[in-house]
Design a protein around this ligand. Structure first.
Ligand code: ADP
Ligand code: TRP
Length: 325
């Protein structure tokens, strides 16, 4: 079977968390080998919300180390930092000219950010066009993301179709890849887990910090002898670490008297530590070998750049930016 081009990116806007892991990272890594995997750290996007230079570069480096530790293999994939392949900003400009204001006006993610007090600027407003360029520059066929990115993917498809209608079939129209069981991982407060909501459970932090965060997961005051609500963050989070039998067992514990939330929290904590412990040592290695990490990223950027240059040549020709010889 032909390998599919699978692409996704993540913003280095803070510590990576269980939502990022189940919604995107682990799924990307599963695609590796049987597909043509393209993965990048979206630091241009992060500029729209993190203006502090030191945080941005530290978070970017750590996000790279997280991916490498979790098993992203630079030999079997193309892995780079967005700003190392700046052709994406050139494509953003070309796409901007076919992107109606109305399309961007409807972006719920933009509206949410403004509602949270982030000041409106052109970068934030045109964020979805840069994201479309990320995807279209590399002829991506499949884009694994969480549910919150669904609308951005629809906008990307819309922009690609407009270009194709105007200039011939120059762009691949991508498909979103959203997995039902992991598309919306709840945070400790029950809202979507997000770096910007202060409700994350980090993948890699100290044992103490992770334990403390888990103990903060919001629960209700149902007495021990009564059945418990399963539509709650603790149940949903623990289920992510269980197989079908495990979920069935947990369901029956929730449905019957005697369950203590404190016990479930301890079990969840242990599952998290066990799940990620094989990756911790590898992460420490990368964190303490920045030169090795930089070498990996340099090769990744070169590989990505080669593909980007080809797409740019095709689209520039199609749009009329090249003078016929
Ligand atoms: P955040 O909201 O924490 O800033 P990003 O916007 O950088 O996260 O998301 C990176 C990837 O992780 C995207 O594909 C996004 O859909 C996915 N993701 C983020 N949070 C969650 C979540 N709570 N559940 C499922 N997927 C998520
Ligand atoms: N906007 C995405 C997010 O916040 C990150 C992202 C940027 C992305 N460019 C992308 C995801 C391209 C998939 C494909 O999660």
């Amino acid at each position: 079977m032909k390998k599919q081009r699978v692409l996704s990116g993540i913003q280095p806007s803070g510590q990576l968390h269980l939502g990022n892991y189940f919604g995107m990272m682990s799924r990307m890594i599963q695609y590796q080998g049987n597909n043509d995997l393209f993965c990048f750290i979206a630091n241009y996007h992060a500029l729209t919300t993190i203006p502090e230079k030191d945080n941005l570069s530290k978070n970017t480096f750590e996000a790279v180390c997280d991916f490498l530790a979790l098993g992203l293999d630079p030999e079997k994939s193309t892995f780079w930092i967005q700003s190392d392949v700046p052709q994406v900003t050139e494509l953003t400009w070309l796409l901007s000219n076919v992107t109606p204001m109305g399309l961007l006006d409807r972006a719920t993610s933009y509206k949410d950010k403004i509602a949270r007090g982030i000041s409106a600027n052109l970068g934030l407003f045109s964020y979805p066009v840069l994201m479309a360029a990320d995807i279209l520059l590399f002829n991506s066929e499949l884009v694994p993301v969480g549910k919150d990115q669904k609308q951005h993917l629809e906008m990307t498809r819309d922009i690609a179709v407009r270009i194709n209608n105007l200039f011939g079939d120059v762009l691949v129209v991508p498909e979103p890849d959203i997995e039902k069981t992991t598309m919306l991982v709840p945070g400790t407060d029950g809202q979507k887990m997000s770096k910007s909501y202060g409700n994350i459970i980090p993948i890699f932090d100290t044992e103490k910090k992770i334990r403390k965060t888990i103990m903060r997961i919001k629960t209700d005051t149902t007495p021990i002898e009564e059945p418990k609500d399963k539509d709650t963050p603790l149940f949903q989070l623990y289920s992510l670490f269980l197989n079908e039998d495990g979920i069935e067992d947990l369901t029956s514990r929730y449905d019957n008297p005697g369950l203590r939330y404190g016990d479930i929290k301890v079990e969840l904590f242990e599952s998290i530590m066990e799940h990620f412990s094989p990756f911790r040592e590898k992460r420490e290695y990368y964190i303490s070998h920045p030169d090795h990490v930089k070498d990996i990223l340099k090769i990744g950027a070169e590989k990505a750049s080669t593909v980007a240059d080809k797409t740019m040549a095709t689209i520039k020709e199609a749009i009329g930016l090249k003078i016929d010889s």
